[in-house]
Design a protein. Structure first.
Length: 254
């Protein structure tokens, strides 16, 4: 029997890192990335040709967008492993589709991060698109400054919080086993401790008691893109930003 693991996330919450950690650490799991990204289907490269042959097209993102649930079933069925993981973001699909994917899932990881850091990291990545084909991973963004826009921040923060609120309610209502991974806490762990945490959760909710997941221990996964905790290195209008944060009673990462 095959099982689906879904990662509920948002851009810049560490979901790429988690997908890569699973891919590198667990040979018994097929780890996909953003299957439902509307520009490109980020499928595990070992399965790209197989899916393109099955659908007779290299535009897998169009297939995934048009028939998301059927596409996900096909991805699972064509897997040669019994556990398949992937991630979903709010912009990938309707809430109804996201909830139906939760219904298909045996277990869910929810990745979250302080929204202040999400906002800054996403704006930096968008700025870097001018010079980098893929600024979302392994690109040093330290000292790259953005312009803080309070109205933009409020709008995006509301979308972010509503997504997690609705999806968490869905998980609770449906009685789905899930684990919340908070970015700062998770990344303070050693890679070995991260692997053990993921292994424990997967074996608790998916594997039979007689089954143990094989773990391949690795030295590194993805490079941290920002090595600075000083928000002066991140924001041009730092004084305006700090005034806003203080007035709103928001907390910065430390």
């Amino acid at each position: 029997m095959k099982h689906l693991v879904t990662i509920i996330g948002h851009a810049r919450t560490g979901s790429n890192y988690l997908c890569k950690l699973i891919e590198e650490s667990f040979p018994d799991i097929v780890s996909h990335y953003e299957l439902f990204n509307k520009q490109e289907c980020h499928i595990n490269l070992n399965y790209k040709d197989k899916l393109e042959l099955h659908y007779n097209t290299d535009k897998l993102h169009s297939v995934a967008h048009e028939t998301p649930l059927e596409f996900l079933d096909t991805v699972i069925n064509l897997s040669d492993k019994n556990i398949v993981s992937h991630k979903i973001f709010p912009e990938h699909m309707t809430l109804d589709t996201a909830k139906k994917i939760v219904d298909k899932s045996k277990m869910i990881f929810v990745v979250k991060r302080n929204f202040i850091d999400v906002y800054i990291s996403k704006k930096r990545a968008i700025l870097m698109l001018e010079n980098h084909s893929n600024p979302w991973i392994n690109v040093d963004t330290t000292n790259l400054k953005i312009d803080f826009d309070r109205e933009e921040f409020i709008t995006q923060k509301n979308i972010y919080e509503e997504w997690y609120r609705i999806m968490t309610e869905c998980l609770i209502t449906r009685g789905k086993p899930y684990c919340v991974l908070y970015y700062d806490e998770f990344h303070q762990l050693s890679i070995e401790s991260q692997q053990e945490l993921i292994k424990e959760k997967l074996e608790t909710f998916i594997c039979d008691k007689t089954d143990d997941l094989t773990v391949t221990y690795v030295d590194s996964i993805l490079k941290k893109q920002d090595s600075s905790l000083d928000y002066k290195t991140k924001i041009n209008n730092h004084s305006e930003f700090m005034e806003f944060i203080c007035n709103r009673g928001l907390s910065l990462s430390t």
